[in-house]
Design a protein around this ligand. Structure first.
Ligand code: FRU
Length: 311
């Protein structure tokens, strides 16, 4: 059931939200019926957007209270966060696992303790979870591959900056791109570096790789932060040369992916949908024992100079 909120109340609540309140009871008079724990693997503009969507949706659901923990890209810390939620007998867990292997046992632990577990954005190795929702990362990889093929007219040298290899989106995006580029022998991914989703690591990696390899036509990075790091290194080392740079995520706001395309820093980015509201609706369906899909793959879209103004 949804509760109507007056515009002024909504504005006040959103201001409180923006001020960073992370524990959010619903705004009804009654006690919330369900406590939902969100275990985020890290914190950045993309996860911040997702958290805002989740919390905003929680505001209009009478039945839920949401609490979010951030593991700062540290798997051990995330395991502790999840164990704490289990000890608190949380009603449902939403988890974005930092790395697939180290997080698998604790996901299974929660699930076997009778807590429904929704995985979002990243996956684990165990089948013992309730549902997955997130981008179709293999499809993002394929779309990136098709874009590269079209831009380079089937010829060129590429450098790939991957996300953390022990997390599933990095593997799936890489596989998707490889699958498409296999059909274009004129395009060569001649070097690859794991920058763990971080801008600074990407900048360092591209700096060293550009010193080793003079002929680079395009750099593909698995997210926009790393794409920006790549651009910084390329801009410093090859100021006069236009190396095309592609990212993923497409978050709006100053200095984020969409803005970087608008500024001409990135050639393109691909939407990695956050859809915090859909995640919370899935959670509620599970808690209310309604039918729900075991896997929800969210779709992506290309943003480049042709449509960035509309975005
Ligand atoms: C945010 C992030 C995104 C990336 C996603 C993959 O933490 O690094 O930039 O697309 O995770 O899981």
């Amino acid at each position: 059931m949804k509760k109507k909120i007056r515009p002024l109340t909504r504005l006040l609540l959103l201001v409180l939200l923006a001020a960073g309140s992370l524990l959010l009871p619903s705004c009804g008079n009654s006690e919330p019926k369900y406590r939902i724990g969100v275990s985020q693997c890290g914190h950045n503009e993309w996860r911040e957007k997702m958290n805002r969507e989740i919390l905003r949706e929680a505001l209009i659901m009478e039945e839920v209270e949401v609490s979010i923990r951030d593991a700062h890209d540290d798997s051990r810390r995330q395991i502790e966060d999840i164990r704490q939620f289990i000890a608190e007998k949380i009603d449902l867990l939403i988890i974005s696992p930092n790395e697939s292997e180290p997080l698998s046992p604790v996901v299974e632990e929660a699930y076997r303790a009778g807590i429904p577990v929704i995985l979002f954005d990243r996956k684990v190795l165990t089948p013992h979870y309730t549902a997955y929702i997130g981008a179709d990362n293999r499809q993002i990889g394929r779309d990136v591959g098709k874009y590269i093929r079209a831009r380079l007219h089937n010829r060129g040298n590429i450098l790939e900056i991957t996300g953390r290899k022990s997390s599933t989106p990095a593997l799936e995006r890489q596989e998707g791109t490889e699958e498409v580029l296999r059909e274009s022998p004129g395009i060569r991914i001649f070097a690859r570096a794991d920058a763990r989703w971080k801008q600074e690591a990407a900048e360092r990696a591209v700096d060293s790789l550009l010193r080793l390899y003079p002929d680079v036509d395009l750099i593909v990075a698995h997210n926009d932060r790393m794409a920006l790091g790549a651009w910084k290194a390329a801009h410093r080392l090859r100021p006069g040369q236009h190396i095309r740079i592609i990212g993923t995520d497409a978050v709006s706001g100053n200095g984020n992916g969409i803005d970087l395309v608008a500024q001409g820093i990135l050639d393109a980015t691909f939407i990695n949908p956050t859809e915090g509201d859909s995640i919370l609706h899935l959670a509620l369906d599970i808690l209310q024992k309604k039918p729900f899909p075991r896997e929800t793959l969210l779709s992506t879209a290309l943003i480049d100079s042709s449509n960035v103004r509309i975005m």
